[in-house]
Design a protein around this ligand. Structure first.
Ligand SMILES: [Ca+2]
Ligand SMILES: [Ca+2]
Ligand SMILES: [Ca+2]
Length: 168
């Protein structure tokens, strides 16, 4: 029905312009949409070795080392693009949401070393740990779409509240 609502809105606008009569908008309230910010959360969640629903940084280190071994199919201690792609498809669910290969390959030599792999994923894990207590709990993986980590620290800047009254 959303499509026809849009069509009706377009018609309504035309009608308003034509006869200037009052019209009612749909007036729906918007709920915040929540989503995983990145598919790497799927992977980090599997690192919870002791099943306490907290991903400690030790568990992150162990899990990242395991994932590098999983990805490095030919055991040459670096990931070629095809190795990364296969790993991303299997572990990150296709790689369409990132992290992307160039997030890891900082020197853009088409190879991802164990060090590049580890430093990128460790940084991402720390970024999820928004209260910086050294472990990631599930709600730290969830963010409102478009909500970036505020550069000014937790809380960030407040939006001015418009001085609007509920419909009179
Ligand atoms: Ca744990
Ligand atoms: Ca390799
Ligand atoms: Ca935390």
């Amino acid at each position: 029905m959303r499509f026809s609502t849009i069509a009706l809105l377009a018609l309504g606008t035309a009608a308003l312009a034509a006869c200037a009569s009052g019209g009612r908008g749909p007036g729906g309230e918007r709920e915040p949409i929540r989503a995983l910010i990145s598919a790497d959360a799927l992977m980090f969640a599997t690192f919870d070795a002791n099943q306490d629903l907290r991903i400690s940084m030790d568990e992150v280190q162990a899990g990242v080392a395991m994932e590098f071994l999983r990805a490095d199919m030919n055991r040459d201690a670096s990931l070629q693009p095809i190795e990364f792609q296969n790993w991303s498809n299997a572990v990150l669910g296709g790689g369409s949401t990132g992290p992307y290969r160039l997030d890891f390959d900082r020197n853009v030599d088409n190879l991802i070393t164990a060090e590049e792999f580890t430093s990128e994923l460790t940084a991402r894990a720390r970024d999820y740990d928004s209260d910086e207590d050294g472990a990631i709990v599930r709600n730290e993986f969830i963010r409102v779409i478009g909500q970036a980590r505020q550069p000014g620290g937790p809380g960030g800047q407040r939006r001015p509240i418009p001085d609007g009254r509920p419909g009179g």
